[in-house]
Design a protein around this ligand. Structure first.
Ligand code: 13P
Ligand code: 13P
Ligand code: MG
Ligand code: MG
Length: 367
């Protein structure tokens, strides 16, 4: 059966600033999908990561379906209503447009979609991150799909012998989608040259070169480019099919043991290590550290199994301790140097005003 997996995520309000949505908000979003989605979707699952609510919807409407996107948008509006009623912080934060028009892309919510003919067994992973931007997935995707140091299947499985095709998008180009396709292993160094710059070049999708089948899709929207100012971090979602011609689930997960430094953290303006957490974790220390959760499912004729919470395992407790240490080490230097993001990333916030104010106070010293 040909199905589409859509994950659509938004922050429409949370308790105590940007820590976690309320149970009542989550209930309102869920009930909206249950009631209004009956005829449209086959199955769904709702999860939260930090202050973000992610909706996984299975259906046969294809990618970019207006009906599916509107269902999610309206569900987030229902959540926003509760957020206002409860006095939650940032009610409707990620709904940047006054009304829905055709597709949630460009309106604020993050979206990632995969459309495919179901295999005999169809396992996949749903990632959701908080307090970071889409570039956070660049390194783990590179290592999980293109590096035999992490993906042993590139050596051991004939089903992956030809490697993968990466589609990378230049998120700084706002007039149109500026994309490039690179094939690994041949283009490996070119891919690395782009992915070095996580704030500009972001992996949008990956497909198998053995079968042509879609393997991964990630959200790439940058809220600052939509709003023109800082309104919250992008907090990207991602779907990855695993096993067979794709990496094993464990190969995709392995790079998250690094706790690599990403952009985000407090006020979306700092550098912090990405901490793998269980789903529905709240955000905490310094509005972070940047978080990533992962749920594993199988799907059959659009029906989902219960999820496996992939980072809910003693191994990841050890990683979380390491990431906590890495967080503290960089936080010790506060605003200085690499602890805070470079000016180009900050210029969507209040610092522009400060710089303007200081400008006339500079003087050129006479020789
Ligand atoms: P597949 O080759 O079926 O994906 O299985 C590999 C495996 O189980 C790796 O752990
Ligand atoms: P969110 O993007 O998760 O709402 O976080 C915003 C922020 O500025 C936290 O300090
Ligand atoms: Mg928020
Ligand atoms: Mg968030």
């Amino acid at each position: 059966m040909r199905i589409t997996l859509s994950v659509i995520k938004a922050d429409v309000g949370s308790i105590d600033g940007h820590l976690k949505p309320s149970a009542e908000l989550v209930k309102a979003v869920k009930e909206h999908i249950q009631q209004k989605g009956k005829e449209l979707i086959i199955d769904f699952y709702l999860t939260t990561t930090g202050d973000d609510v992610a909706l996984l919807l299975t259906h046969t409407q294809g990618k970019d379906s207006e009906k599916i996107h509107k269902l999610a948008w309206d569900a987030f509006l229902a959540g926003t209503k509760v957020a206002r009623k409860q006095g939650l912080y940032g009610a409707g934060q990620d709904l940047l447009a006054d009304s829905f028009s055709g597709n949630v892309k460009g309106l604020g919510p993050a979206v990632a979609e995969l459309e495919f003919e179901e295999r005999e067994n169809e396992p996949f992973l749903l990632f959701a991150a908080d307090k970071t931007d889409p570039g956070a997935y660049n390194l783990p995707l590179y290592l999980g799909f293109a590096d035999p140091m992490y993906n042993s299947g590139l050596i051991l499985s004939p089903k992956m012998s030809k490697g993968f095709k990466f589609t990378v998008i230049d998120v700084n180009c706002t007039t149109a989608d500026r994309v490039i396709e690179l094939n690994v292993p041949e283009d490996l160094y070119d891919l690395a040259s782009l992915l070095r710059d996580n704030e500009r070049y972001v992996i949008e999708s990956i497909s198998s070169r053995n079968t042509g089948e879609p393997a991964a899709a990630a959200s790439t929207c940058r809220l600052r480019n939509i709003a023109g100012k800082y309104v919250g971090k992008d907090d990207p979602v991602m779907l990855i099919r695993v096993q067979g011609e794709f990496p094993a689930a464990g190969e995709v997960l392995a790079p998250y043991s690094i706790g690599h430094y990403v952009a985000g953290f407090m006020r979306g303006s700092h550098t912090g290590p990405l901490m793998p957490v269980t789903s529905r974790s709240a955000t905490s220390f310094f509005d972070g550290p940047p978080l990533v959760s992962c749920l594993g499912f199988c799907v059959r004729e659009g029906r989902l199994t219960e999820p496996v919470d992939c980072f809910d395992h003693p191994f990841w407790d050890y990683v979380r301790e390491k990431v906590s240490r890495k967080s503290l080490e960089l936080r010790e230097q506060g605003f200085s140097g690499p602890a805070m993001l470079p000016y180009a990333e900050l210029e969507y916030g209040g610092i522009v005003e400060k710089m303007k104010m200081l400008e006339p106070r500079f003087r050129l010293r006479k020789k």
